[in-house]
Design a protein around this ligand. Structure first.
Ligand SMILES: NC(=O)c1ccc[n+]([C@@H]2O[C@H](COP(=O)([O-])OP(=O)(O)OC[C@H]3O[C@@H](n4cnc5c(N)ncnc54)[C@H](O)[C@@H]3O)[C@@H](O)[C@H]2O)c1
Length: 448
């Protein structure tokens, strides 16, 4: 029996209100797992889907594999009905399915949508009328309409279509970008407004009902493409502004001006300025990658995204700049990089998190090794660093003692656990890429 979209909307709204709505979240990673916990904390029964059996088993045993998520949080969610599975047939029992799978770049620096297409193909056979599917993975404008919807329509045997207009029956699809800022304790996740673009007004209303139950503000937009582009604008804005300060930092160094003092002064302006900080290069799953999703798409329109390209060029060169500054610092001590013992502090891509995807530390370690330096690392969040998509380091965490044995200590990630004063006191040479030694005066410090 089929039901009109208006009834399906009312039915979902009622199920959300009564917490009977069953929510499936695909991808139990840095985005999907916290979202699952958020829904669980609001008494929803959530099922987490992941293809990695290790993650499924850990979650079902009440454990966690993300440092900032405690096992007790998983166990609390289990009491509300949370469980994990790799069995896609369970999609049929869900009312809404949220997709949070990775969107990396491939070896040619082009969008790799294989995780999204793989997920969507696995969901499609289990679709039923009234299902709501929401994509959260960051991607180029057009993905939801041009990739997700056609695959969902082609993959279900009953010939169901996406419902776009009033009176049209089927399933419902929306895009809602994730705006997580790992390690940011200043804004609670439910206080981050959620942008929502559905394929048609009913899809937007359904997704708004679903997310409105846990987020304080939902911002509906006219289409999935607008929502997809919104996320890219946010990330490109960061990428370009970071490139700007990275470039100005290099000029300031030549001019004998402290860029951090300049930024601190500029940010006292109460309007028209937002502070961005220079660093050793971009890291993480978003800022170094997402802008290139748009550059790639722009080619279809015979359009070049020059800001993105220039920012990419400047930011990608930063690890090389750090190596140059380290070599200069060693030179002052009549030493060469080749044969020098170098300790890299921090491999996470940013402070106080356990994520090293695209971390500039990895590039810096590789570059140091290429130059013949003897490299060790310390990072409280990573006992080992093995192999990833773009690196194969095979290293073990070195304890933070006997710092005097290193010819140079490089601060690449400014974890708050580090005692920078002691580090400077005990080291021969400190190269600080994060302004972590602010306020410490020593001729041993090279700030870059
Ligand atoms: N991490 C962040 O801070 C952040 C912030 C904003 C947006 N995003 C975006 O969110 C998306 C997810 O990022 P993430 O950091 O959570 O990635 P992640 O790698 O931490 O997690 C993705 C999960 O999806 C699983 N997976 C992959 N293919 C699957 C499939 N076919 N079926 C089921 N599970 C599958 C993986 O095993 C993994 O557990 C990306 O598009 C990313 O750009 C991430």
């Amino acid at each position: 029996m089929t039901t009109a979209p208006e009834n399906q909307l009312a039915s979902l709204q009622q199920k959300v209100e009564s917490r009977e709505a069953r929510i499936g979240i695909v991808g139990m990673g840095y985005v999907g797992l916290p979202l699952a916990l958020l829904y669980s904390s609001q008494r929803f029964k959530v099922t987490g889907f992941d293809i990695e059996e290790r993650k499924v088993a850990t979650l079902n045993a009440g454990g966690s594999y993300i440092v900032r998520i405690l096992p007790s949080e998983i166990q609390e969610a289990q009491k509300a009905g949370f469980r994990a599975t790799s069995d896609y047939s369970e999609i049929a029992q869900m009312d809404a399915v949220i997709i949070c799978v990775p969107t990396p770049l491939d070896e040619y620096h082009e969008p790799d949508l294989s995780y999204i297409t793989g997920t969507v193909k696995s969901i499609a056979p289990w679709l039923r009328e009234g299902h709501l599917i929401v994509l959260e993975s960051t991607t180029y404008p057009g993905t939801t309409e041009e990739v997700v919807v056609p695959l969902l329509e082609a993959g279900n045997k009953s010939g169901l279509k996406a419902s776009r207009a009033s009176g049209q029956r089927g399933f419902y699809v929306a895009f809602s970008p994730e705006r997580e800022d790992p390690g940011n304790e200043t804004v609670a996740r439910h206080d981050i407004p959620k942008v929502m673009g559905g394929c048609g007004p009913v899809a937007t209303q359904m997704a708004t009902a679903l997310y409105g139950s846990i987020f304080h503000r939902v911002v509906p937009v006219s289409s999935p493409a607008v929502a997809e582009m919104t996320k890219l604008l946010e990330n490109i804005y960061r990428c370009v502004n970071i490139a700007l300060v990275n470039e100005l930092k290099q000029l300031c160094m030549k001019m004998g001006i402290d860029i951090h003092e300049v930024i601190d002064a500029a940010k006292t302006k109460p309007f028209g300025f937002q502070a961005f900080y220079p660093g050793p290069g971009l890291g993480g799953h978003c800022i170094p990658i997402d802008p290139f999703y748009l550059s790639w798409k722009a080619q279809q329109f015979d359009f070049r995204t020059r800001f993105i390209e220039l920012a990419g060029e400047i930011n990608t060169a930063m690890p090389h700049f750090v190596i140059e500054q380290t070599a200069n610092g060693l030179n002052e001590h009549s030493k060469a990089l080749k044969g020098s013992k170098v300790l890299v502090l921090g491999v996470a891509y940013k402070r106080d998190i356990d994520d090293l995807r695209e971390s500039p530390s990895l590039t810096i370690i590789e570059l140091l090794r290429e130059k013949g330096a003897l490299v060790s690392y310390n990072d409280p969040y990573f006992p080992t660093v093995g192999r990833g998509r773009h690196y194969d380091l095979n290293m073990t965490n070195t304890p933070l003692d006997n710092l005097g044995q290193y010819d140079a200590v490089l601060i690449v990630t400014d974890h708050s656990d580090y005692d920078y004063k002691t580090i400077v006191e005990q080291s021969q040479l400190v190269v600080d890429t994060r302004n972590a030694t602010k306020g410490i005066s020593s001729p041993k410090i090279v700030r870059c």
